[in-house]
Design a protein around this ligand. Structure first.
Ligand SMILES: Nc1nc2c(ncn2[C@@H]2O[C@H](COP(=O)(O)OP(=O)(O)O)[C@@H](O)[C@H]2O)c(=O)[nH]1
Ligand SMILES: [Mg+2]
Length: 470
């Protein structure tokens, strides 16, 4: 029988290990030779012992070989193509032309003999056209929806941001030029702005989050908060001791959609740094959601760590008792309930199984969060203090709200999208789909998270059916 307090998975009750630990161990066990072998460890360690003698001999052979190759190049190859003063490896730039003007001014035609010898043309690497969109007219949006990508991000995550952008642009947005909106609790650096705007096909905008959306509210007892954070850290709860993580979760739960830069939009696609996006998307997902009457889309669903949300569900039940009419008549309540409580209504105080849509990927309508009912729910939670005394994530908050306030038919599993956020990934299963959408999934399809015992996908399939691609 499932007991939420023992930390076991509601999906596979025999599985007591934290899923992230399982991933970590599996990863450590499967490190290729290059990691933990050559490339790590000190040189004395690596060169000691008989076993390493072969390696020493191999390195000596490489050094001697490199020396002779250098001699051959210096005496026989380099003189053939030498342009005096240009070191190899540099791009050739012709010398400045100064002689023509002086010769012309003196009235006599320039002497062929006086000219310096024409430099020998050296082959340059073929020029690869790089698409940098400088002309603002090129950034004109081609997609028809009032939609944007949203990335909450720190300056130091620039490289990972570019990795995410590159994939989303190549796989989808280069045909639609939807804009990108970047949000940060401190000002973006010039470098961040320059590099991300180069990588975008649409316009880019950068918002500074106001302090009141990223600080501990007055009603929170800070001493209690510090005590609880310390306890969670000692208990090794993931991000248990981090205040900035708490600000991030509270911001994504209650404030991202209130940023003035988002006022112009109806739809958003949340993107995180460092994700993988593995298949082409040859249609407009915003238009798809709108025309099919849907409001929220996800790729991966999994259970939350119970230790981060001890009272989130009881607060939710309290709120729903005060506002029973907020429950959608076709809600996805059963997706949230434990096996033992399937079929129950909210009046029966059913148990939450922890399942949520992984919110590092979301494509949705901002209207879900702008809805006064949701804002009221967020305010109730904020007042209860669990964003700080516990470590409520925006994923369970969004998911519980979406499951209760929306109809099941308004939530969509993007089963056609291949996606990775550490530590989990998923890809569509059908082979023909991979041909069509040119998926490049860097794992066996049987390891797709949908099929993992920890995935809440089967629960979703049970109430919503399967989408094409599963
Ligand atoms: N500006 C800003 N962004 C943050 C901060 N902490 C997290 N984020 C962003 O919030 C998102 C979620 O954070 P992340 O560290 O990826 O959390 P995880 O996905 O739960 O491991 C990412 O897009 C981060 O870049 C912060 O202190 N400041
Ligand atoms: Mg993340």
């Amino acid at each position: 029988m499932y007991n939420p307090s023992d930390g076991r998975s509601p999906i596979s009750p025999s599985f007591t290990q934290n899923p992230f630990d399982k991933y970590k161990t599996a990863r450590e066990n499967s490190l290729p030779d290059g990691i933990g072998g050559i490339g790590t460890g000190s040189w004395p360690d690596r060169l000691s012992g008989r076993k390493k003698a072969g390696e020493r001999r191999r390195i000596a052979r490489i050094l001697v070989g490199a020396f002779f190759a250098g001699l051959v190049f210096w005496f026989f190859i380099a003189p053939l193509n030498w342009t005096g003063g240009q070191s190899t490896g540099q791009l050739y730039t012709p010398p400045p032309v100064t002689e023509g003007k002086a010769a012309h001014d003196s009235g006599s035609p320039p002497s062929v003999v006086d000219r310096p010898a024409a430099p020998i043309e050296r082959p340059l690497a073929p020029k690869v056209p790089i698409e940098v969109i400088e002309d603002p007219s090129e950034r004109v949006q081609l997609g028809n929806e009032r939609a944007t990508f949203v990335m909450l991000i720190r300056n130091l995550e620039l490289k990972e941001a570019l990795k995410s952008m590159k994939q989303i642009e190549d796989r989808f947005n280069h045909r639609y030029h939807y804009p990108w909106t970047f949000l940060n609790d401190v000002p973006f650096t010039e470098e961040f702005i320059r590099e991300t705007s180069k990588r975008a096909s649409g316009k880019t905008e950068y918002g500074l989050i106001p302090e009141e959306h990223w600080s501990v509210p007055k009603h929170i007892d800070q001493e209690k908060m510090q005590r609880e954070m310390k306890k969670m850290q000692e208990n090794k709860v993931i991000y248990g001791g981090s205040l900035s993580y708490r600000h991030m979760c509270r911001f994504n739960s209650g404030f991202f959609f209130r940023q003035p830069l988002l006022d112009q939009y109806e739809w958003y696609w949340r993107v995180e740094p460092g994700i993988g996006f593995y298949c082409d998307v040859d249609y407009d997902p915003f238009a798809f959601l709108r025309t099919s009457g849907k409001k929220y889309g996800f790729t991966i669903t999994l259970p939350e760590y119970k230790s981060t949300i001890p009272t989130l569900w009881t607060e939710t039940l309290k709120f729903m008792k005060e506002h029973p009419d907020y429950l959608h008549s076709n809600s996805s309540l059963q997706y949230l309930l434990t096996d033992g409580d399937q079929g129950k209504t909210l009046d029966a105080n059913p148990e939450y199984n922890g399942c949520h849509f992984w919110s590092n990927f979301e494509i949705g309508s901002l209207s879900i969060w702008r809805d006064p009912n949701y804002v009221e729910y967020f305010q109730h939670l904020d007042q209860a203090g669990g964003f700080f005394y516990e470590r409520w994530g925006d994923a369970p908050v969004h998911s519980i709200a979406a499951a209760l306030f929306l109809g099941t038919h308004e939530i969509h599993h993007f089963a056609d999208m291949g996606y990775m956020h550490v530590p989990w990934s998923r890809c569509p299963q059908p082979k023909e789909f991979h041909m069509h959408a040119k998926c490049v999934c860097p794992f066996d399809l049987k390891d797709s998270f949908d099929l993992n015992g920890w995935s809440c996908q089967p629960r979703w399939w049970k109430i919503a059916g399967k989408e094409y691609g599963t």
